[in-house]
Every structure is written in C-alpha cells, then in structure tokens.
Design a protein around this ligand. Sequence first.
Ligand SMILES: C[S@@+](CC[C@H](N)C(=O)[O-])C[C@H]1O[C@@H](n2cnc3c(N)ncnc32)[C@H](O)[C@@H]1O
Length: 142
Amino acid sequence: MLKDVWIQGMPPKERGFIRRCYGGGLAKYSERLKRIALVGVDTKVLDCGCGYGQWSLALAKHNKLVYGIDIQEKRIQIAQRIGKELLVDNVLFQVASAEDLPFRDNIFDFVFCYSVIYMIDWKRALQEIFRVLRGGGDNIFM
Ligand SMILES: C[S@@+](CC[C@H](N)C(=O)[O-])C[C@H]1O[C@@H](n2cnc3c(N)ncnc32)[C@H](O)[C@@H]1O
C-alpha cells in the first residue's frame, strides 16, 4: 500500500520493518484498537513512543485527533511522510521525550504506549502520562 520508491534507500532492517508494519494495511491495528475500545467521536489521543507511526495512523481512523511523539527524529520524519502518503490529516507527529511531554495538563482522553515503557525512565514517563491525561489516568493502554 505504500509507494516503495522512497524506502528503497533505507537500511534493510528498517525497510523490512516498515514493510511488515504497513504491508497489509492498517486493518490489523484498527481491529486491535476496536477490541480494546480505544475509539471515540471527539477524542484526543497521545501515541507515546510512536516509532514509524503505524499505531498513530490507525488511531486516527477511530479518534478525532492524534499526537504521535518519539525521541528519534528520523522515525518521526518517516511517520510524517507515511501519514502524508496515506492522506491522514488528523495526526500530528513530533519529536519529544515521553519523560518530558510537551503538552498541557489534562488534555488527552487516551494515552497509548506500545513497547516503549521498558526502555525508558518509566516512573518519570508515567508521571508525565498521568499529568496529560484527563480524569487522572484511567485510560492508559500499554
Ligand atoms: C520498540 S519501539 C516501539 C515503537 C512503536 N510504539 C511500535 O509499536 O512500533 C520503541 C520506540 O520508543 C522510542 N523511544 C525510546 N525512548 C523514548 C523516549 N524517552 N521518549 C519517546 N520515545 C522513546 C524509540 O525511538 C522507538 O521508536
């Protein structure tokens, strides 16, 4: 589903991962999000440590606005490029650390954080996640 041309110059491991993520489309991610009810009409979601953005872009189908943050600039650039190619206009990708989130308190309905927490200062990240979540943090998915 992605145009292959621009990922051809990437290192094989990265290229392979992106192909695996996006090769079958976003349906597999969508299905999992629906199963855990991470959907809403007017919802704002943070994908914390979004990597190449596959979860953010799937979240965008089921929520009003999604922010995808990752510490690696290169991954954010790739996620932005893929979002553009897939014509998704309700995801904002930006470079940031989960340990120091650049958002005001109480602004997200859900925080999604897949395969990240074990590699960071999780106590600090959780403090930050609770801070930005509305309602004190009932809606963390990791
Ligand atoms: C195993 S990958 C998972 C990426 C994505 N969630 C997924 O499911 O494909 C871990 C991601 O966490 C990011 N990361 C590591 N430390 C971080 C931090 N302090 N803040 C934000 N992202 C971080 C890495 O750059 C990487 O993209």
